[in-house]
Ligand binder design. Structure first.
Ligand code: TYM
Length: 344
């Protein structure tokens, strides 16, 4: 009798949605750099990926924080994620310290992190130079905690800006080390770094990345800045002594403005050069300021609505913590078993 073959369509497994995960520190209102390099892309990934995004409050402790301010900044940062379009109905959104597994796996991975590798991290070198009076052990082992944040959720991709690439490489190395000792423990994730917007520079010192901790408020755009403030900051942006709007090596200020304008409008550099041919930097700066103000308008409006209802925000992060804990603990239990810790 002829064997009855199963329908190959029924046989085929439905394709798994790839997993994306990323985090952001609650150390002040997000900048345009955070937005274009990271959060805006997170919003766009929600349809095609299974996403998890969180507020990395444990990471912010590596720099001394004022408790009441940190609490406010954490809830504001959570609301900002939502205001930027991270939708709790589509993505898992939570606060890092609400999920104990992060700190626990962070310790375990610190024991598999090499002193030499940690010493080479540029963020450690930069931050220890900047906070010379507080070069604490957490600042040094930060990448092990970041590796734990990531590996707990077994993601395929980690969408970050260029400045986090080195930490991602570190995470991959730790995952590969653990897998080679204990068999398959972790999925080894790839960094997901968009070409345009991955490194937005300071408006005042365009060779430095835009950072929310800059002491000069004209150097960065906060995503809650009012439209007139945004336009004025762009008017004051440092450029060069030439006059033509074109993307060229050495024109750091103009290159930065062109990349911001290009990400937001979708126009290529050639198109921008054509559109602003014969016009001065003044016109271009105004156009960049206006398009940024327009892009951020809905974020600002949504943030105001969301923060008017604190209880609703709390309900979202509590639910997020519950789901995240469930996922994270599965991985943590697996790791503990593999490395030889006794089950309860
Ligand atoms: P954080 O809070 O410094 O920044 C959050 C995200 O914003 C990106 N970013 C930028 N992108 C382009 N231009 C800029 N000027 C700019 N400034 C910041 C960052 O690359 C980042 O993607 N260690 C992380 C937080 C973290 C994390 C994680 C990220 C903790 N655990 C696990 C991913 C996965 C940090 O300090 O990002």
């Amino acid at each position: 009798m002829e064997e009855v073959k199963q329908n190959p369509v029924q046989e085929a497994k439905p394709e798994r949605k790839k997993i994306m995960l990323s985090g952001i520190q609650p150390t002040g209102t997000f900048t345009l750099g955070n937005y274009l390099g990271a959060v805006r892309n997170w919003r766009q990934t929600q349809e095609d990926f299974q996403c998890a995004y969180f507020i990395a409050d444990l990471h912010s402790l590596t720099v001394r924080q004022e408790p009441a301010k940190l609490r406010k900044q954490s809830i504001d940062a959570f609301a900002l994620l939502l205001a930027c379009g991270i939708d709790p109905a589509k993505s898992l959104v939570f606060i890092q310290s609400h999920v104990h597994a992060h700190a626990e796996l962070g310790w375990i991975l610190a024991c598999y992190s090499m002193f030499g590798d940690l010493s080479r991290m540029t963020q450690f070198k930069d931050k220890s130079a900047k906070h010379a009076d507080n070069v604490n052990a957490g600042l040094f082992t930060y990448p092990a905690l970041m590796a734990a944040d990531i590996l707990l959720y077994q993601p395929d991709y980690v969408p970050v800006g260029e400045d986090q690439r080195q930490h991602l490489e570190f995470t991959r190395d730790v995952a590969v080390r653990m897998n080679s000792i204990y068999g398959s423990v972790f999925r080894v994730p790839d960094a997901y770094i968009v070409k345009a917007g991955a490194k937005i520079m300071s408006l005042q010192e365009p060779t430095k990345k835009m950072s929310k901790s800059d002491t000069n408020v004209n150097a960065f755009i906060s995503i809650l800045d009012e439209p007139n403030v945004i336009v004025n900051k762009f008017k004051r942006a440092v450029t060069d002594s030439e006059t033509s709007v074109c993307y060229r090596e050495g024109k750091d200020g103009i290159n930065n403005l062109m990349s911001i304008y290009s990400v937001i409008t979708g126009n290529t550099y050639e198109q921008i050069e054509r559109d602003f041919a014969g016009k001065g930097y003044g016109d271009f700066k105004k156009a960049v300021g206006e398009c940024v103000a327009e892009e951020l308008r809905p974020v600002r409006e949504r943030f105001a609505e969301l923060t008017a209802d604190k209880a609703a925000i709390e309900a979202i992060y509590r639910k997020g913590a519950e789901t995240a804990s469930h996922v994270a603990e599965r991985t943590l239990d697996k790791v503990k078993k593999k490395i030889g810790l006794l089950a309860k």
